[in-house]
Design a protein around this ligand. Structure first.
Ligand code: S3P
Length: 738
């Protein structure tokens, strides 16, 4: 443990040194704050302004008694100051700096000290303002800003901890990275943009004849882009020299990118131009969402959404629910692998399918939209994906992670797949194990959980796989891997599961051989771009089907719903329970059957749900539990153990919630026994599971009191606009954000 800090010496009382001194003086985190500046008048001004406890003129005395020293002088002056103070620094003194480049500061320290002291931890607060000098010192300057510490091999962990706590006491967020990485990151994110701004303004200003016109007519874009050209020239001169190598390589990358764009403009290469603009726009939007804390990754973890549903009501009218989630995911995946341009309509703009869309953009695919459900995908061909710049984050989406793992296992590049807290608890061994049999190299966290680290460059062999569970995700994962394997890949399922992958591959002109319960692909084919009209999601429609089925006086039509035979378990089950349900206007759209579904109230009766219907209604059980409560008699669910590994343990979540609402229900290993009856009001947990949240909202139609449902933000994964649509249909649910 390092000794307590009773004296802190800040050398250099400019904006950064002064602000740090003031923050530490106010929060009393680092003992007495002593200030030194080359210009003693500045030190005195600092003392008079309450920035420091003591102003000193003689540096040597202060250095020898200080426990902690902060070098807040310009980067160029660092070596000289170090040289002046080195002989007087005690062995256990902690030293840091605030320079905006690090490689040169470390090199200077090495020259001065030979062996750099263990107490030396270089640092860089990423904060500033146009003001300068101690008079501008602001103790809040670092609040919510980042400070990067770049410990050296010699730095002791105690010193890193002390500096971390010091900066955190000012309200900053501390990040740790190595010196080279720091200089690279800063070169890209700060130094390069400054160079571009300086150079652009300088170039335009040199146009002798019309430069005043240019500046007069320059609109917001020019002003925004060149604001930083007003920064201090001497400081930037010094930074360019201090971070020369990293800056030069960023300038080279940038000039190469600009040259590509120039060439694309010259030869009218629209695809290339649109590629650059679309990727940049998407990246910029992604970045803005992260900055404003509303990216799906952030949104999921930060935003608390509660549903409050008042009892009673009935549902009627005509509605259309958003696009099918399973088909939306697959449209992006296969559209990206196709040759040519695929147009998608009816795409689900939910967080899950958007995560898939972002993943493919990250792998270099140009995707326009989504715009009112329209997406245009510029396919790159089966072998055209590129290495993503970092881990692919797929939020809450099990489908995205499992299907992508098959595809990525066969790519030439390494990838990492990560997800949110709920996804991180879900089993991935079910895909990793058979993929390994094909020759894939995949690392998972403990017990086969995400993240998945997938090693590229493996040659896969086709296998035959007998799936131990009925899972469309596992089947699809293996078929996608099979596109790249040597030899055929076939998968046999123990019960029929959704066949959207097989249908869509066929729609893209890639044959899938179906033989009873076995699907087989042969590698080496091509996918040809096509049009995809995504039908409305029967799983989302389910909440409204159940709502109308349980509520006297209801008469609701849900339009354009996908009624693929592998998805219609809910229709079969509701009919067996006595629901009055009609399929109207049946048609086929882009290889998928579609219909309008009309449901009118009719009394329901409890049944033992046939186990062969379970995989065909696997996502519908939270809503089916509500139908069962509203039915007369007992409903038994069995053979549904897969419900325990969905976005939550759906058996437990429904049993717990319904018990709170007064229901007579018992969970079993693979289902539940549910007695029809009435529900009271109460507060239930959705466990961040979209379908649990929506099911309890529907339950309010038959409850006697208000139902409050916690943790509903994830409804946006599959059903953006659920609350508004539910209200318009007659469910009295409201959303509260916290
Ligand atoms: C899906 C398959 C199902 C389903 C999920 C979507 C798909 O999962 O629950 O919501 O798009 O393939 P399993 O394959 O794990 O049953």
């Amino acid at each position: 443990m390092s000794k307590p800090i009773s004296k802190t010496l800040i050398i250099g009382l400019g904006l950064i040194g002064g602000s740090l001194a003031k923050a530490l003086k106010i929060n009393r985190h680092c003992g007495q704050i002593i200030g030194y500046d080359r210009d003693f008048e500045e030190s005195k001004a600092g003392y008079n302004a309450g920035v420091i406890d003591l102003a000193i003129e003689n540096l040597v005395d202060a250095v020898s008694t200080a426990d902690l020293i902060v070098l807040a002088v310009p980067v160029k002056a660092m070596e000289k100051v170090l040289m002046d103070i080195a002989p007087f620094i005690a062995e256990d003194t902690l030293i840091t700096d605030v320079g905006s480049t690090k490689g040169n500061v470390v090199a200077a320290a090495k020259r001065v000290f030979g062996d750099v002291p263990t107490g030396f931890v270089p640092g860089h607060p990423i904060a500033g303002s146009e003001k300068s000098g101690v008079a501008a010192a602001d103790h809040t300057l670092f609040e919510n800003h980042k400070v990067i510490l770049t410990p050296l091999a010699e730095s002791s962990s105690d010193s890193v901890n002390v500096f971390t706590r010091m900066w955190e006491s000012t309200g900053a967020e501390v990040l740790v990275m190595n010196v080279d990485k720091h200089d690279e990151v800063l070169a890209a994110t700060s130094h390069l943009p400054h160079m571009l701004a300086f150079s652009l303004v300088d170039t335009l200003a040199q146009e002798q004849d019309n430069n005043t016109d240019i500046f007069r007519y320059a609109a917001g874009g020019f002003r925004d882009f060149t604001r930083i050209a007003g920064s201090d020239p001497t400081m930037w001169h010094d930074i360019c020299l201090a971070n020369k190598q990293a800056l030069l390589s960023q300038l080279d990358r940038y000039t190469a990118g600009l040259a590509n764009l120039r060439a694309a403009i010259e030869c009218g290469d629209s695809e290339s131009m649109l590629g650059t603009f679309t990727r940049a726009k998407a990246a910029r939007e992604h970045f803005s969402r992260i900055l404003s804390g509303t990216a799906y990754s952030q949104h999921m973890s930060n935003q608390q959404v509660t549903f409050r549903a008042q009892p009673g009501g009935s549902v009627s009218g005509k509605i259309r629910v958003p696009g099918d989630k399973s088909i939306s995911h697959r449209s992006i995946m296969l559209g990206s692998l196709a040759d040519g341009v695929t147009e998608v309509t009816g795409f689900l703009e939910g967080e899950d399918s958007l995560a898939t869309l972002q993943a493919f953009r990250d792998m270099g695919v140009v995707i326009e939209g989504p715009d009112a459900g329209n997406v245009t995908i510029y396919g790159v061909g089966v072998n055209g994906l590129q290495a993503p710049p970092g881990p692919l984050y797929v939020g809450n989406s099990g489908t995205s992670m499992r299907l992508l793992s098959g595809l990525l296992a066969a790519q030439a590049f390494d990838t990492e797949l990560s997800g949110d807290e709920s996804l991180t608890k879900r089993p991935m061994g079910r895909v990793a194990d058979p993929l390994r049999l094909m020759g894939a190299e995949i690392e998972t966290a403990e017990n086969g959980r995400p993240p998945l680290k997938i090693k590229g460059g493996q040659s896969l062999k086709g296998i035959h796989y007998d799936m131990p569970m009925a899972s469309a995700q596992v089947k699809s994962c293996l078929l996608l891997a099979g596109l790249y394997a040597e030899g055929d890949t076939s998968v046999t399922e123990p019960a029929p599961t959704r066949d959207h992958t097989e249908r869509m591959l066929t729609g893209f002109g890639y044959p899938v051989e179906q033989n009873g319960s076995t699907a087989k692909v042969t590698p080496g084919g091509q996918l040809h771009a096509t049009r995809i009209d995504v039908p409305a999601d029967i799983s989302s429609a389910t909440f409204f089907m159940v709502a109308a089925a349980i509520c006297p006086d209801s008469d609701l039509t849900i339009e354009h719903v996908g009624i693929n035979p592998t998805r219609i378990g809910i229709i079969n089950i509701l009919r067996l329970m006595g629901a009055n349900l009609e399929l109207l206007n049946e048609r086929e759209v882009g290889g998928e059957p579609v219909a309008d579904i009309r449901i009118r109230y009719a009394p329901l009766k409890g049944i033992h749900i046939p186990e062969d219907q379970v995989p065909l209604a696997i996502d519908e059980f939270p809503a089916i539990f509500i139908a069962a409560i509203s039915a007369e008699g007992t409903t038994v669910v069995s053979g549904a153990e897969e419900l325990r590994v969905k976005e939550s343990d759906r058996i437990q979540a429904m049993v717990d919630g319904l018990k709170i609402l007064g229901a007579d229900i018992e969970g079993t290993e693979d289902g539940a026994v549910i007695q029809g009856g009435t529900l009271t009001g109460g507060t239930v947990e959705s466990h961040d599971d979209h379908r649990i949240a929506m099911a309890f909202a529907v339950a309010s139609l038959r409850s006697t009191g208000t139902i409050t449902i916690n943790e509903c933000a994830n409804v946006a994964t599959s059903f953006p606009g659920f609350v508004e649509l539910a209200q318009s249909a007659g469910i009295k649910v409201e959303k509260e954000k916290g």
